[in-house]
Design a protein. Structure first.
Length: 116
C-alpha cells in the first residue's frame, strides 16, 4: 500500500519549535518533489514549502521564510519541516504531498497548534 504519513505535530507555545516528518511507505521518495501544505479552520489549503527530488532546490511561502526549513533524507525515505519561532497563525493541519509528473500522493495530515 502506497502512503505518506506525517508526524511531529502537537501543541506548542508561541516562539517554540516543532519538526514535522513525512515518511513514505510502499514507494521511494527519491524521485519525488515534496511539498508541505497547511489548512487552518475556515481557510483554504495553502502551500508552505517545497523541495526538489535532489534536495538542491527549495522554496517557501513568504509567511514562513526565515522560520521554516525543509529538508530530506532519501536514505530514510523521509522529508522534514523544521518550524521555528512559531506563531499562533501557524496553527493548522499540515499535509505533505509527493509529486512526480502526474503522480501525486497526499498524507493524512498532522495538527499543529500554537497557543499560550
Amino acid at each position: 500500500q502506497l502512503q505518506l504519513v506525517e508526524s511531529g505535530g502537537g501543541l506548542v507555545q508561541p516562539g517554540g519549535s516543532l519538526r514535522l516528518s513525512c515518511a513514505a511507505s510502499g514507494f521511494t521518495l527519491t524521485y519525488y518533489a515534496i511539498a508541505w501544505f497547511r489548512q487552518a479552520p475556515g481557510k483554504e489549503r495553502e502551500g508552505v514549502s517545497c523541495i526538489s527530488s535532489s534536495g538542491g532546490s527549495t522554496d517557501y511561502a513568504d509567511s514562513v521564510k526565515g522560520r521554516f526549513t525543509i529538508s530530506r533524507d532519501n536514505a530514510k525515505n523521509t522529508v522534514y519541516l523544521q518550524m521555528n519561532s512559531l506563531k499562533p497563525e501557524d496553527t493548522a493541519v499540515y499535509y505533505c504531498k509527493a509529486i512526480m509528473g502526474r503522480s501525486a500522493y497526499w498524507g493524512q495530515g498532522t495538527q499543529v497548534t500554537v497557543s499560550a
